[in-house]
Design a protein around this ligand. Structure first.
Ligand code: XIL
Length: 351
């Protein structure tokens, strides 16, 4: 059975006036009605990925986080390599801190991620394991983490980036050591550990119509046919203004996933401006258009239940370190001023 949606459409908040910024501390020059109130009225979650360093050290970061968003994704704190430095030894300190914060501020936690080919502990990647041992390791990991947060982490990216751009299954320790059935196993174990959690398959470059999204579609269809508990597809949506997405294709893909009976969540959105054309102002406008159009598609779809950005303000983005150049891909600038992309989301959520 499908878990109930965390954000029911038409679940209006009784009063928006109670959500103004608290009088203590500095005023943040964002919309008088924050994103999260508008998103909740429209029946979707709005979230961001959270970086530990900023979370621990920057009070303004925490303030904007709680004020604007009602979904929180730990950016790295729940990854296998962060949780388990030694075999059978886990440290949940960072994840616990984030989840406590989320609960205090009535935010939903999006768990990222249980099974990935990257960010694995060294004890795992350096070891030699039989198939049975690898199955036991993965099962114990999923059971330990999902059970610990049962009822507190509402959504899990169970399997992340298991498909290549050409549609084949990605080479990984899991595929090599267990075989393609590791995917179905992971969903079963996660569901057993928390039957209420919404379980996602999450990937990038899979929102338009291409070989990868076709493979994701076929994977979900097959899993559903086999009775595997998969409830949603996550589209990361790391985009750039240089190659704006094809919105007709995104709509068509959303529709076919909807027809399979799964939800879609935008799980890691950012829009790079580095290699785009025009002045800085023009680039920010082009960026805002992409955010607006993706949010519009999400709001129009029956199946889109959350919209999450990969980082809060530009100086938190993973992109400069990963792609090797500066960028400004998020909704807030490095002084936490809202950018045109923020205003675009406010605008479209208001309509
Ligand atoms: C990235 C983080 O943002 C970085 O801080 C970390 O060093 C590497 O991972 N797709 C994913 C995320 O699913 O987990 C990645 O996060 C970004 C791409």
């Amino acid at each position: 059975m499908m878990p109930t949606r965390v954000y029911e459409k038409h679940n209006f908040e009784s009063s928006l006036s109670g959500l103004k910024i608290s009088s203590c501390g500095k005023q943040i020059p964002t919309s008088p009605v924050p994103l999260r109130s508008l998103a909740q009225r429209r029946g979707i979650g709005i979230g961001t990925a959270v970086k530990m360093q900023a979370f621990y050290s920057d009070a303004q970061y925490r303030k904007v986080l709680a004020h604007e968003f009602n979904v929180l994704t730990p950016e790295n704190a729940l990854k296998f390599g962060r949780l388990s430095l030694k075999r059978d030894r886990y440290s949940f300190k960072d994840a616990d801190a984030l989840i406590a914060f989320a609960e205090k501020h009535q935010m939903q936690v999006h768990g990222h991620t249980l099974v990935w080919y990257r960010n694995l502990p060294e004890w795992l990647t350096q070891g030699r394991w039989s198939r049975a041992e690898l199955i036991a390791i993965l099962q114990q990991h999923i059971d330990k983490v999902v059970s610990r947060y049962r009822g507190r982490i509402a959504v899990w990216d169970v399997v992340n980036e298991a498909i290549e751009n050409d549609g084949s299954l990605r080479d990984s320790i899991w595929l090599r050591g267990i075989g393609p059935e590791y995917i179905a196993m992971a969903f079963r174990w996660a569901h057993k550990a928390d039957p209420q959690a919404l379980l996602l398959y999450n990937d990038y470059r899979s929102e338009e119509m291409n070989r990868k999204s076709e493979a994701v579609y076929q994977l979900v269809r097959t899993l559903k046919q086999q009775g595997i508990p998969i409830h949603a597809v996550g589209w990361q949506m790391h985009k750039g203004i240089k190659e704006p997405p094809d919105f007709q294709q995104i709509k068509a893909n959303m529709q076919r996933l909807n027809n399979l009976g799964v939800e879609v969540q935008i799980t890691e959105m950012d829009v790079g401006i580095y290699s785009g054309q025009g002045t800085y102002t023009e680039k920010l406008a082009a960026q805002a258009d992409i955010y607006r159009d993706v949010m519009t598609i999400c709001l129009e779809s029956e199946s889109c239940s959350a919209f999450i950005t990969w980082g809060l303000a530009d100086h938190h983005s993973w992109r400069p370190a990963f792609f090797g150049h500066p960028d400004a891909p998020l909704l807030f600038d490095k002084r936490y001023q809202p950018k045109p992309a923020y205003e675009a989301l406010i605008d479209v959520l208001h309509k």
